[in-house]
Design a protein around this ligand. Structure first.
Ligand code: P6P
Length: 337
């Protein structure tokens, strides 16, 4: 049976009362922007878009030309549709209300326009991550403070991975679904409905070069993974690390696993490496809707009360039984040292 398009899927969700017309428009606008980003990335060296932009973001990171281009594509695409009250981006210091020239809607959009962009110049998969919140009632010109809602308040989350194929992974709170871009037609087609991540795994993803900087429970947890079948876990594990969160998460969506970017001595003062509002929270919503789990190591990710737009958090997400195991090491350490 021919897969249905994203548009038809969204119309079905709207007719079922699970989304409204504005959220449908929002998702279609973001998907169209991701198609434009996919085309820009796909040109590679021929598109004159590789390399550094010569600017930096609030994270203190050098911006790639494609970081800036992807951000501009998403800003322009979402300005005039009337579905948004405001938006926030990893690449912008503060959130932006929709310009007065355009009608405003009831949603807030947050995004990392191009996550993993340090991998672009070496032709490794990168991605766009987005999260949708409701604008608080009565707020017509939202400021940063109106975005500071816990992950449980998300009405939609998704990412697009720009790899051998371009895939959009989406949840509106009724399962997680995968759409693959038909490059000839330019449509996203539903290729996997209701993803179910295996509860157990033998595959972990972490940047091992940080091992000496980790907290004790993380040292113990990974040490036992590495001990394999002779160790307390009684089974061997495999390791993968792409250093592109979207690519690592998509592998987990596809075959299970656990992804972690824990606290370490280098990022402790900042609260972690990955950002809560537009990386950890959308990924946590997607993973939980696919039967997985997401935690800071000490708290369910979606229940973290944000204190800042660019707040960072430690991240453990993926196969729910393995995430529970990693959390257990932290609980044991916090209780008994
Ligand atoms: P490291 C990419 O820069 C990113 O934000 C995530 O996509 C990725 O998981 C992580 O950082 C990689 O960090 O320290 O391994 O380079």
């Amino acid at each position: 049976m021919k897969p249905i398009s994203l548009t038809r899927y969204l119309i079905q969700e709207q007719h079922a009362g699970r989304i409204n017309a504005d959220l449908r428009l929002l998702i279609e606008v973001v998907a169209r922007a991701c198609k434009s980003i996919s085309i820009a990335i796909g040109k590679g060296a021929l598109g004159g878009v590789l390399g550094d932009a010569g600017t930096g973001n609030i994270q203190g990171e050098a911006q790639k030309k494609l970081d800036v281009l992807s951000n501009d594509i998403l800003l322009e695409a979402n300005a005039w549709g009337g579905h948004l009250a405001g938006l926030a981006s990893e690449e912008m210091d503060h959130s932006q209300p929709i310009p007065d020239a355009f009608q405003r809607g009831n949603y807030l959009l947050l995004f990392d326009p191009l996550d993993g962009s340090s991998n672009i110049d070496v032709n490794i998969s990168v991605g766009t991550i987005f999260s949708v919140l409701r604008c608080p009632d009565g707020v017509t010109a939202p400021g940063d403070e109106h975005f500071l809602q816990p992950g449980t308040a998300q009405v939609c989350a998704g990412y697009t991975t720009y790899g051998p194929s371009t895939q959009l992974v989406l949840t509106v709170g009724h399962g997680t679904h995968v759409f693959t871009m038909d490059r000839e037609v330019g449509s996203f087609m539903l290729t996997q409905r209701d993803v179910q991540i295996p509860a157990d795994t033998r595959e972990f993803a972490v940047n091992m070069s940080n091992q000496r900087f980790w907290e004790t429970p993380m040292q113990r947890y990974v040490g036992d993974l590495l001990a394999g079948r002779e160790g307390p876990r009684g089974k061997d594990f495999n390791m993968r690390w792409v250093a592109s969160m979207v690519a690592d998460v998509h592998r987990i969506i596809t075959r299970g696993g656990i992804f972690s970017y824990p606290l370490d001595a280098k990022c402790r003062d900042k609260g972690g490496k990955l950002r809560l509002m537009y990386e950890a929270n959308p990924m946590a919503f997607i993973i939980e809707q696919a039967g997985g789990a997401a935690s800071t190591g000490r708290q369910r990710m979606l229940e973290v009360q944000p204190s800042g737009l660019h707040q960072r958090v430690p991240v453990f997400l993926g196969s729910r039984n393995e995430v529970a195991e990693a959390v257990r090491y932290h609980q044991q350490f916090d209780s008994n040292g």
